[in-house]
Design a protein around this ligand. Structure first.
Ligand SMILES: [Fe+2]
Length: 197
């Protein structure tokens, strides 16, 4: 926070936080703060832009608390053509709408940040460093507690790519087990990182 001639000026990142606080549940908001913090730590470690990592980490789930119906309406409003899997998956559509909101509501123009938001659930073949960082920060932030998260954190100590692959395979197993739709980007990404290994 900066105080100039008695007027409180928020740093751009704090202004984003204030705005986000009004649209996310308290729990989701603090989760996003943790994802942003971990994204910054990982950016420092792997040599990505820390400011971009913080921005993407803060905003990555900005559309997560919209209802499915609201998300479909937003897609319509923004003229987004959804593929068959996305338009039937609340878990995926929020990432697509999140990118549009980041751009038009939060005024983010940076392509890397927008892509990190867009691909934080599905992943994709050839993800950028920032995309991988936000993807794995969402998966492993300190309050996450599900089978496999401990292993993901250990693998992340050795390799970002291996941790991303592990998270994708774990997610794919979960989706198959629950008989949920799987996006082709995730399969593509999993094959890409497995072949690279
Ligand atoms: Fe999300």
């Amino acid at each position: 926070m900066v105080i100039k001639r008695g007027v409180v000026l928020l740093r751009p990142i704090d202004a984003l936080k204030e705005k986000l606080k009004t649209v996310l549940s308290g729990e989701r908001y603090v989760h996003s703060l943790r994802v942003a913090d971990l994204s910054v730590i990982l950016a420092r470690r792997f040599g990505a832009d820390e400011r971009k990592a913080e921005t993407a980490g803060i905003l990555y789930d900005c559309a997560r608390d919209l209802s499915f119906g609201e998300a479909l309406k937003e897609a319509d409003k923004f003229g987004i053509i959804l593929d068959d899997v996305t338009k039937n998956s609340p878990g995926i559509i929020h990432a697509v709408i999140g990118e549009a909101l980041a751009r038009f509501k939060y005024n983010i123009n940076d392509r890397e940040v927008l892509d990190a938001i867009r691909y934080h659930t599905t992943g994709r073949k050839g993800m950028s460093l920032l995309e991988k960082i936000v993807f794995i920060a969402d998966y492993t932030e300190p309050h996450r507690d599900f089978p496999g998260v401990g292993d993901a954190r250990k693998i992340l100590e050795q390799s970002l790519d291996k941790a991303v692959l592990y998270a994708m395979e774990n997610t794919l197993s979960h989706l198959l087990e629950k008989r949920m739709l799987i996006h082709l980007d995730t399969i593509d990404a999993r094959n890409h990182y497995l072949a690279q290994r």
